[in-house]
Design a protein around this ligand. Sequence first.
Ligand code: ASP
Ligand code: MG
Length: 417
Amino acid sequence: MRVFKFGGASVKNADAVRNVAHIISLYTDRPLVVVVSAMAKTTSSLENVVQSWLSQNENAIPLFKDIIEFHHQIALELFPNNNPELDQSIQDIFDYGKTLITSSVPENYSQAYDALVHVGEILSTKIIHYYLLELGHKSEWLDTKKIVTTNNAHRRATVDWEETSAQIKAAINEPNIYLVQGFIGSTKCGVPTTLGREGSDYTASVFANILQAEEVTIWKDVPGVLTGDPKVFSSPILLEEISYREAIELAYYGASVIHPKTIQPLQEKNIPLFVRSFMNPELPGTVIGRGLTLKPFAPCYILKKNQALLSVATRDLAFIVEEHLQLIYKLFHEHGLTVNTMQNSAISTSFCVNNDPNILPKVVAELNPYFSVKLNEEVELYTIRHHNPQTREAIRAGKNPLLEQITRETYQVVLHS
Ligand code: ASP
Ligand code: MG
């Protein structure tokens, strides 16, 4: 059994879908689970629809129509003579979404988000499934919502391993190609959930763990895992091998090639994870597994954008003690605010957090009665693994750090963006 994961960029248009089908056709000697994300930037576009829906502006329907039309065009290119079943699937999703966003504005933002945003993955997998069938492959489309059971922590749901395991084993038992949606699931009652942005990698790793797959391959638009995002850092190099442990560290600090939760289920079953280029499928890419920390050994750079520095101080200059921290973290947890780094001083604590406009203002409002809160938006968090004085200097580049932290392996600095 192999598990493949294809991200949004690998299925961004009709040609890309043809390329994905080509890669799949090279690996039909064993059963294959294919996890697919939403096409191109669909998830972000659906997020915009949710914003419009919740703010009751009239753009919600036109924006949603654009998304449907985008998929419809891809279907048309792949099936010049039409595919009525696929057309019907796309129409059903349109009807579902339209009914949703013309209904009354929901109270629970995260639940509304999941109800709409999950359709991106349904659309992409339907298109690829019908295209594989057209090419003569034994493709089976699975509804991940019926297979991956989660708790009801919307937008960041946690997988219920016991139920999911039984459901996956029941659904996948033939030597077929199984098309499954990444990133999504549903509660025990069948309410759609999502696992957090970029969560499809994690879905792939859940399926691989439960099915005892021999390998997982994530097909990307980069040659493998690099020492930095080439869009941000100049001349990063390709890492041929990374240990599970190091990969977890890199993902934790925000290396966007791997979703933070992806590695652990693979490590548990000693399943190697390959990161390879869908543009050059003949290249070996990177393998993450037991073994060398990094090959070649080199500093790795990570940037987290859209951060805010939240400084929380006691109003009466009292020390910040465990009791305060408990209250602060409880609030963060309730709202789902992610802390990326923090630093304590006598009377204040600074948190570098994701600057999420739907969450942060609420957290600040709830902290205000107890603490004096300062918010520094428009900051970025840089992390260097295996740093040295030169690499640290290069990142700071004469700027004034707002927060800085050094351990033996990891350097972090918050800078104005
Ligand atoms: N489509 C989702 C996202 O863009 C999940 C994923 O791609 O992994 O975040
Ligand atoms: Mg994606």
